[in-house]
Design a protein around this ligand. Structure first.
Ligand code: PMP
Length: 383
């Protein structure tokens, strides 16, 4: 059997299992509305939760950066791909997150690979929530460390694993703070307490929480555990409507990542347009929480009440992310099609992204009360 025939057999298998993925035909980049297959829909699929990707001040800052600094950084950060906007962004983010130091890297995916594979080695043990993001899994794989997955948010299960390895010296625990497919929160206070008892490095991924919770600073801030977190990473690509990622930690850890992080050393750094836009978004979320993050959170409670009134199950969500679970892949794909017909685009999530097939509805700050009512009405019709 040739490699080609193996690949096409596997693709046939993916199709027959209802797991086939296709890049949707989207004419222009998504905003509150999205033009898909030639018609306009309400966009409930994006992570641009605050609509900042189309904010006029963010766009202006991005254009200004390109005019001043050019289109590309020209090399890796450690060669000549650095410029003062990078330093400014890192200083502002460290201040915002109340951390000693910050490093900006190219994507959230890359950040997790870089941090975990640099800080862990085959001697390490990494404790990881079962529902952590794929990039965390891949970072662990790359590090060669022993991976111990605990049941989602199950502190009792985690304690059993921690007790078993209590004497081991190189331990890291990593968790999303807001789970991207279920919209629920990690138990950060309990994890912080366990850190002192079992002596592990505590790393969090604030990708979906930054810009929204804790007055925009994230769930670590909201839960009052800033001092307990060793590595606080997140992305500019979601609520901040930009691109790239940050790692906040103490100076020694950042210095180590700069010296040993292959995903920083061996790749061209982010272009000026991106860093200029990220800086403006950060300024907006830190100064205008009422208008953005708070507004989104208000939408979340209204939406949850509307769903409850209609008996629509949205799991354990505590955020802007609403999972609507279906029995199988065919039924979720059919539901997505029907929702699209009624003018709403929701993200489809199946294996390997999630264990159970679902529509992932994400709310945006620029939705109106009428939009929320419409989404619930349409959901009611397809369930
Ligand atoms: N962490 C989490 C929790 C995510 O959901 C994502 C993206 N979906 C990433 C990391 C990767 O971030 P990026 O899109 O910036 O690569």
């Amino acid at each position: 059997m040739t490699v080609y025939s193996q690949i096409s057999d596997e693709l046939k298998q993916i199709k027959s299992n209802g797991l086939y993925r296709k890049i949707p035909a989207i004419a222009k980049t998504a905003n509150k509305f999205i033009e898909i297959n030639g018609s306009v829909k309400l966009n409930c699929a994006s992570n641009d939760y605050l609509g900042l990707s189309h904010n006029s001040q963010v766009k202006e800052a991005s254009i200004k950066a390109i005019e001043t600094y050019g289109n590309s950084s020209g090399s890796s950060r450690v060669v000549c791909g650095n410029y003062d906007l990078f330093d400014k962004l890192e200083q502002e983010m460290a201040k915002f997150k109340n951390c000693e130091s910050c490093l900006v890297v190219n994507t959230g995916f890359m950040a997790n690979l870089l941090i975990i594979s640099t800080l862990a080695c085959p001697d390490s043990i990494i404790f990881t929530d079962k529902l952590n993001h794929a990039s965390i899994y891949d970072g662990i794989k790359l590090s060669g460390a022993k991976m111990l997955r605990y049941k989602h948010n199950d502190i009792d299960h985690l304690k059993i694993l921690l007790k078993k390895y209590a004497e081991h010296s190189k331990k890291i625990l990593v968790t999303d703070t807001l789970f991207s497919m279920d919209g629920d929160k990690a138990k950060l206070k309990e994890l912080s307490d366990l850190k002192y008892k079992y002596n592990f490095l505590l790393m969090v991924d604030e990708a979906h929480a930054t810009g929204i919770f804790g007055k925009g600073k994230g769930l670590v801030h909201e839960e009052g555990v800033e001092r307990d977190i060793d590595i606080n990473m997140g992305t500019f690509s979601k609520a901040l409507g930009g691109f790239g990622a940050y790692v906040c930690a103490d100076k020694t850890i950042i210095e180590y990542l700069v010296n040993k992080g292959r995903g920083l050393i061996f790749t061209t750094s982010l272009p000026p347009a991106v860093i200029g836009g990220n800086l403006k978004s950060l300024e907006i979320v830190s100064q205008q929480h009422e208008k953005y993050g708070k507004k989104l959170l208000d939408h979340c409670s209204i939406f949850k009440d509307l769903l409850t009134k209609e008996n629509i199950d949205c799991g354990e969500t505590e955020s802007q992310i609403f999972p609507i679970v279906f029995k199988n892949n065919n039924s979720v794909m059919e539901a997505q099609r029907r929702l699209l017909k009624s003018g709403i685009y929701a993200a489809l999530a199946r294996r390997p992204s999630v264990p159970t097939p679902r529509l992932r509805i994400s709310l945006r700050a620029d939705f109106t009360k009428e939009d929320l009512v419409k989404i619930v009405r349409c959901l009611k019709q397809i369930i």
